[in-house]
Ligand binder design. Sequence first.
Ligand code: GLV
Length: 367
Amino acid sequence: MANKFRVFATCDIGPSLNILRERGYQLEVYPDPKAPPKSLILEKVRSGMDGLITTLRDQIDAEVFEAGKGSLKVVAQLAVGFDNINRDDANKHKVPFTHTADVLTEATAEFAFFMLGTLARKMWPAEHLTRDNQWGFWHPYLPFLGDEVTGKTIAIIGTGRIGLAMIKKCAGFDMNILCYDPAYQNLEYITAVQEVMDLRHARGMQKEKTSIKYVSFAESLKLADFVSVHVPLLREGESDTPTFHLFNERTLRMMKPTAFLVNTSRGPVVDESALARALKENGIAGAALDVYEKEPLPADSPLRDPAIADRCRLMPHFASAAKITRLSPDPNKGMAGRCVQGLIDVLEKNYGGDVKKMPYVVNKEAF
Ligand code: GLV
């Protein structure tokens, strides 16, 4: 099939792009590992691109849609989150945009869980002891101890796909689970998890009975030993339940001083200055972050304060960064495969050309 669609990819998303080349697409790929300047995206779009492949580093807004008037037919985002794409602007210009939900759900949840474990069991300072040749003796409690995860209570903030996957991992560690979601409750799922918990207990696979329930935000913070964040970033005015700075001076204070915070969602959900202060003043026991208010994390971020390094794990937006998850050309396995398929669906008018029926399109309401 000789398609003459013109597509600009703002970065190389790997071998999945060959699917487009083999279909005859005229593909241009920005070669630099860093994001292209907005001016280049505008220039490319103005030159008559039918499709754009984007990442969360690219601001896709009215300017871009305006530049693509009459030619731009789809924006295919390599991510589940799309806070870099202005949905209202896309809708105004009737440009569908796609995302790569589902294929990174388990990878992100497992990474959140591993971060939680690394933080709680102090693996980073413990490895430093070994590497820095400071491991002078074995001792029952010196120089420090970690906190067990098994049997503790976790608050899952946000019970969308990734929050639910995190619940599964936590249930496997015999944790009690408190769920909070500002917008949506999946009671069927948590009933099923409770059944699994009860069966594990009845069959002697876990010693203590455990439970899962929805609670208020305040209650989840008050009772949890661990708090894991899985909400989308919604700023004031974008939703009745905005999540911008959901974790701030006041709400961080509601957590137990022995509790840990894990964030794999979006950086601006947590007020980083307030978090750094809370860590420094031992308001909470620790935090593990994969996302930041500004990425990459600036050199002068208060989170880099050496005084809190033992209890603050900092990852480089890495939760979905696993080989199959990121690169598989299979749209049921890889973000790149799903991204390319989303683009093809729109440009080649799959599903009878009905955007509403296309599984990876986000802004169906505009059509
Ligand atoms: C990563 O942050 C994503 O949204 O896929």
